[in-house]
Write a protein that binds this ligand. Sequence first.
Ligand SMILES: Cc1cc2nc3c(=O)[nH]c(=O)nc-3n(C[C@H](O)[C@H](O)[C@H](O)COP(=O)(O)O)c2cc1C
Length: 189
Amino acid sequence: MKLTCISGSARSGGSTEYLIDTFIKGAEENNAEIHKYCINEMNIKYCLGCKKCYTDGKCVHNDDVFKIVSDIVSSDYAVIAAPSYWADVPGQLKTFFDRTTPFGDTNPNRILKAEKPIKGIAIAVRAGVRQAENELILNSIQHYFGHLGIETVKRVSICETDTLNDLLQKHQREINELYEYGKSLNTAI
Ligand SMILES: Cc1cc2nc3c(=O)[nH]c(=O)nc-3n(C[C@H](O)[C@H](O)[C@H](O)COP(=O)(O)O)c2cc1C
């Protein structure tokens, strides 16, 4: 079983990465093959909107995007977590989404696509109280998954979390659930 897990925060070591790591700890109990990326640590250039990729499936940039998407489309599970930044995903994650255009189902010449059914898990975390704002983040991740042919099977929303300390103090139940969910993934895959 292969998993690709992406922390979509602009920083490492915060709540978003903690949630990804929690999920990974559970999945490790299954001896899963796990590929983890912190989007802020990757070399990802902006999409230029040139649509050259629509002609030959290749991007004009040569950076980390191909490697990350290659892992996603050859996985059994893809996990993306993001904090709310102005009620949306952080720019770094949005840039990664934009740069996946060569490999999305709207591209007639895509050179990478899912090799088998992939399940997607979307996680959103925010400082404020309203769940509705996290739904926007989760919808954005689910939309991304959809264009890669990934079926979203779980959406996790965590509010009232501005710091890692908030997460640890208020959301032990959700943390445990995420760990257990990672642990429960189908090892037969
Ligand atoms: C630039 C920026 C914009 C933010 N915008 C929002 C927002 O619109 N709504 C919200 O609830 N929290 C917002 N936050 C708070 C983050 O969602 C929150 O602190 C989150 O837990 C950060 O995750 P991290 O620890 O992985 O960085 C914002 C934080 C930053 C840095």
